[in-house]
Design a protein around this ligand. Structure first.
Ligand SMILES: Nc1ncnc2c1ncn2[C@@H]1O[C@H](COP(=O)(O)OP(=O)(O)OP(=O)(O)O)[C@@H](O)[C@H]1O
Length: 673
């Protein structure tokens, strides 16, 4: 089976009138040796002389046009929908960051939705005589699903169900056939008037719901006697909200709480997928249930991270970008939805599409029959004007009519044998490092019992660290020297030589092949532990390489980035570097108690923190993004979260003396809080 990672694009909007403009968040583009790269750069809130870099293949700045985004990132995905795949594109970001602008746009600057519809029609007309298009459009408001193509005043809450093939669908959601672009324009404009919007301090037309437009593309392929059913899900998420900034009143607060909760669950789903968890909490919100296919399912995914500019939005931006980094690791397994045509009888390879109910097309311009009336109160759009309508005519026609459909994007490579080998190597590395950590823990425990004082001065583990073998992977290599598995031996040798040479490019490639998110995290943690050992021996250059290596496995780890900056600083200024001494544990951690991982109880608490506490950087904001990344602490109550935030706030505000290394903030560990 082929795998496909969720692709990430980041878009920084320009300042809007009345907003202060500063450069705290910016897009960096570089062209080196014919290779172009781009990144979002954010000033470190605690030290403006330092920055956080988030490299993504698609980064758009304030001058990027709607067309640029569509042509570069969306159009290629439309090919996949025509090949029978499900594609999900979702716009994510804090309120007022430009999600609706990106998805819908305006009459002057049409966004992804009108452009995608036009592109589908262009192709259908010019290339696929047998193609048909249909649409459904729903909103998730306060965790209930409503049909936006029906009469919203008397809308029923729609149930979310699963069909016999495990596909999640919204029951009774209407699907309208679209014969012309006009059909869509009329239905979509009408539906958007019904979408729940409200006015907040940050956005006069703020979306109060998540909106999901699905375009169904059915292509009959008479040559192969099959019908391909592709889908394009275009998702405009409601933005997470910091109620201090939005100035929400009580009714808006209820909406805001629902928005923040669903986004928090989205964060938990992404986190669980990254952890390789056996239970993914899709069912904890309608949003994640409906997006299940896009997150670890059979859909091809594009996440567009919308970012608002300036210091005011910096923490939200960091939260959004950290979410993006986590999402990037999610692997989907795209499937082609195809059915053998009736004359040929059912094909064994057939994957039936989800059993969503279609309703007949209304006559042109006619209202679509609404679902059963309900007593669900209609939410108020008071204080907000309608979103501007779209003008499809303003989208320029394609330059030239294409003669034939470009070949579908090649299937993603699925080197299963390679994966197996990699998994074994990852496991071997993990086991070896775990063994070493255990040895060290044992030694440290003995030492601690001899002298508590000694430990408090940070030298407790020094003796045990001396006993670490000089070669990093050599013991593993030795262990497998007589193994019958030549490929495994060869890969270990490669890893060994790559690492010892410090060949970072190849090294990165080696890290890329360890595919399981859990393995990545564990391996990252292992490298952090080794790096720390070298730091304590003052082998700063080696330690730096090891930390960088760790970063390739856990790229979203803010603390790790900070540690790298600190060591770089120490090397550059020829200063020794002393990691902060480990605080003694007050008692067994919650994780240790639950026995979830023996790595967690390793004595190298700093390393453990380094690998785990990425998202803790500045959680002062009480918005949903921040909550979403606190999801490690699954059973935390709100009080616990607030307590942690207060502690973080307390630790802020101490300025660094010029000429001293950047201080590493010691974060309160979840277990301690
Ligand atoms: N790239 C852009 N260029 C110009 N204006 C933009 C851009 N992105 C957003 N805007 C403007 O910023 C404002 C907020 O954008 P938008 O309503 O799309 O945000 P949002 O993320 O959908 O907010 P919410 O989550 O509250 O619905 C709007 O006035 C919009 O026109």
């Amino acid at each position: 089976m082929s795998f496909s990672r969720v692709k990430i694009a980041a878009r920084l909007r320009p300042p809007i009138p009345g907003e202060q403009h500063d450069n705290a968040i910016r897009v960096l583009r570089q062209d080196r040796e014919g290779q172009s790269s781009s990144a979002i750069v954010v000033d470190n809130p605690r030290d403006p002389s330092q920055t956080f870099n988030y490299p993504f293949s698609s980064c758009y700045g304030e001058f990027s046009s709607q067309e640029e985004i569509f042509e570069r990132d969306v159009k290629p995905l439309i090919d996949l929908a025509f090949s029978g795949m499900t594609v999900t594109i979702f716009a994510y970001g804090v309120t007022s960051s430009g999600k609706t602008h990106t998805m819908q746009g305006s009459a002057e600057q049409p966004g992804i939705i009108p452009r995608a519809v036009q592109e589908i029609f262009n192709r259908t007309v010019s290339q696929h005589v047998g193609a048909s298009i249909a649409a459904s459009y729903m909103e998730i408001y306060k965790d209930e699903v409503y049909d936006l193509l029906g009469d919203r005043e008397s809308a029923a809450k729609l149930p979310v169900r699963e069909n016999e093939h495990g596909k999640v669908f919204v029951a009774n959601l209407s699907t309208i056939p679209l014969d012309t672009l006009d059909d869509f324009e009329v239905a979509f404009s009408q539906a958007n008037k019904q979408r729940s919007v409200g006015s907040t301090n940050l956005n006069s037309v703020s979306s109060r719901s998540h909106a999901i437009l699905t375009l169904h593309v059915t292509v009959t392929d008479p040559l192969q006697n099959r019908t391909l059913s592709g889908k394009l899900n275009l998702v405009d998420l409601a933005g997470s909200e910091n109620n201090k900034l939005t100035g929400n009143d009580s009714s808006r607060m209820a909406e805001s709480a629902a928005i923040n909760k669903s986004l928090s669950v989205l964060g938990q789903v992404v986190h669980a997928l990254n952890q390789g968890a056996s239970r993914i909490p899709y069912r904890n919100s309608k949003l994640t249930r409906i997006l299940q296919d896009a997150l670890g399912g059979n859909s091809v995914g594009l996440l567009i991270c919308n970012l608002a500019p300036g210091t005011k939005f910096r923490q939200d931006t960091l939260n959004t970008l950290n979410f993006a980094v986590r999402t990037k690791n999610i692997q989907n397994k795209p499937l082609v939805n195809q059915q053998a045509n009736a004359t040929a009888g059912p094909s064994s390879a057939t994957i039936p599409p989800p059993a969503a109910r279609s309703i007949p097309a209304p006559a042109h311009n006619s209202r679509i029959a609404g679902p059963r009336p309900s007593r669900v109160p209609r939410m108020s759009n008071a204080g907000a004007g309608p979103r501007p309508s779209l003008a499809f005519s303003s989208i320029p026609p394609p330059a030239a009519k294409r003669e034939s459909l470009p070949p579908p994007a090649p299937a993603m490579p699925a080197h299963l044998t390679e994966e197996e080998i990699n998994a074994r190597i990852a496991k071997a590395v993990e086991l070896e490092v775990a063994r070493r950590l255990e040895e060290r823990e044992e030694a440290a425990r003995k030492e601690r019992s001899m002298s508590v004082l000694h430990e408090e001065h940070g030298s407790a583990s020094a003796g045990s660290l001396q006993s670490l073998p000089p070669g990093l992977l050599s013991p593993l290599l030795k262990k497998h020297r007589h193994s019958a598995d030549d490929e495994l031996k060869q890969r270990l040798e490669e890893l060994e030589s790559k690492f010892e040479r410090g060949d970072r490019d190849k090294d990165k490639r080696a890290s890329d092949v360890l595919l399981s998110p859990l393995s990545r995290k564990k391996t990252g943690r292992a490298y952090v532990a080794l790096a720390r050992a070298h730091t304590q021996k003052n082998n700063l250059q080696v330690a730096l390489e090891l930390y960088r290596k760790a970063e390739t496995y856990v790229p979203d780890n803010v603390k790790l980035k900070e540690r790298i900056i600190e060591i770089e600083w120490a090397i550059k200024n020829d200063r020794p570097f002393a990691p902060s001494p480990k605080k003694p544990r007050r008692g067994p951690s919650r994780r240790a108690k639950s026995g979830s991982s023996k790595h967690r109880s390793a004595p190298d608490a700093d390393a453990d923190e380094d690998a785990d506490d990425a998202q803790d950087s500045g959680k002062e904001n009480t918005n949903a993004h921040a909550e979403a990344y606190e999801d490690e602490d699954e059973d935390k109550g709100e009080g616990g979260s607030a307590k942690r935030r207060r502690r973080h706030v307390k630790s802020e505000g101490k300025e660094r003396e010029p000429g001293t290394p950047p201080k590493r903030r010691r974060l309160v560990k979840f277990e301690d809080a």
